[in-house]
Write a protein that binds this ligand. Structure first.
Ligand SMILES: *Cc1c(COP(=O)(O)O)cnc(C)c1O
Length: 367
């Protein structure tokens, strides 16, 4: 007797395990594990959702026209070059599904998003990983792994969970080194938080090339992770391809309405970035003062390294923090067992993290 069998490579995948999130609704816990906006979402987005409650029986606009136009206006782009997705995850997956065939290779980097190898493998491709150098994308290592079979390259910039970035000059050098038929996907989920003159999310490169797309999300600085909305800017041809394979109503009506409202609330975004910038500086300085190593970050999270690289110390710290109501993200799945990822929180939450880690370190002194 035979049973339905998937493509064999799919059984080699491990399901993506999300961190805990505020959706758990445990008021006793502070969720600093999923890079969610600690300020919540714009009140305008909330109003849009309340209004949407009166239209639940109607299908969404399948073309997401109002949302794509709002994005185009905000960023000065052509509406026809924008596609939206059920989170940027969906766009990242659809790109692999469209451009990778059986036996083709998709490239990603050592600490790149775990979604990439899943998307490449699910599409029937072979996921090829390029090592990073000092927790940063290494352009030469990526270029060295391009083969005749390579169809797509995913770069997270800034990186997660590293918090690092590569300057736009490096992104351009990477692009210049790729054959014209390879699609370069720039995942810029944290672009809004970056405050560096030499960083660019990639809009300029997309506009001047035929093989580059940039993905963005409403899940981070806009605080709409629960609604699942992401967008992509790419050549018309690539957007056309996505339109052929996506579900006809892939972004729901409430998500579209809330995203339009969130885009209009510049003050909320500005305040979110401000709180993050202050928290990032505070936490980096305070945790270093405690003797911990913190990777420099341009995002809304930091990677904290504990001295014992086997991860015992990090795991112990994670448990200790949890017992004090603070949830951080273990990053062993990214090959970093000795580190924890901490999302920048509110001022109160950040102070609590420092206090609890101070207790942890003083109570656990090995000397
Ligand atoms: C959070 C995040 C995203 C956003 O995913 P959504 O599906 O839009 O919520 C994309 N890429 C990376 C690297 C992220 O950390």
């Amino acid at each position: 007797m035979s049973v339905p069998a998937p493509r064999s490579s799919i059984m080699s995948l491990k399901p993506y395990v999300p961190g805990h999130s505020g959706a758990d609704h445990n008021a006793k816990l502070i969720y600093l594990c999923s890079n969610e906006n600690p300020l919540g979402a714009s009140p305008r987005a909330r109003e849009a959702i309340i209004e949407f409650a009166g239209r639940l029986a109607s299908y969404p606009d399948g073309g997401a026209t109002a949302l794509r136009e709002a994005i185009a206006r905000k960023f000065g782009l052509d509406t026809n070059c924008i596609a939206v997705g059920n989170g940027s995850d969906e766009l990242l997956e659809m790109l692999a599904a469209a451009y990778i065939g059986d036996g083709d290779e998709g490239l990603y980097t050592q600490y790149g998003f775990l979604v990439y190898p899943i998307a490449i493998t699910a599409a029937g491709g072979v996921a090829v990983c390029a090592p990073e150098k000092d927790l940063r994308v290494d352009v030469d290592a990526v270029l060295a792994r391009v083969s005749e079979k390579t169809k797509l390259v995913y770069i997270t910039n800034p990186g997660n969970p590293t918090g690092s970035y590569i300057p736009f000059e490096e992104v351009k050098r990477l692009h210049a080194g790729l054959p014209a038929h390879v699609l370069l996907v720039l995942d810029a989920a944290y672009a809004e938080y970056v405050n560096r003159n030499d960083y660019a999310a990639g809009i300029e490169l997309v506009a001047s090339a035929e093989n580059v797309v940039m993905t963005r999300t409403f899940s981070k600085v806009y605080g709409l992770a629960g609604l699942r909305v992401g967008w992509m800017f790419g050549p018309r041809e690539v957007v056309d391809v996505i339109n052929r394979i996506r579900g006809p109503f892939n972004v729901n009506a409430g998500a579209q309405a809330a995203a339009v409202a969130a885009l209009a609330d510049d003050a909320f975004v500005a305040r979110s970035v401000e709180v993050n910038t202050a928290g990032l500086a505070y936490l980096t300085a305070e945790l270093e003062a405690l003797g911990l190593t913190v990777s420099p970050s341009v995002t809304n999270f930091i990677l904290i390294h504990f001295p014992d690289q086997d991860g015992l110390r990090a795991a112990e710290a994670e448990r200790y923090l949890r017992s004090h109501g603070l949830l951080l993200r273990g990053v062993a799945a990214y090959g970093l067992p000795g580190a924890l990822r901490l999302t920048i929180g509110t001022e109160d939450a950040n102070r609590k993290v420092v206090d609890v880690l101070k207790q942890f370190l003083s109570g656990h002194r090995t000397s």
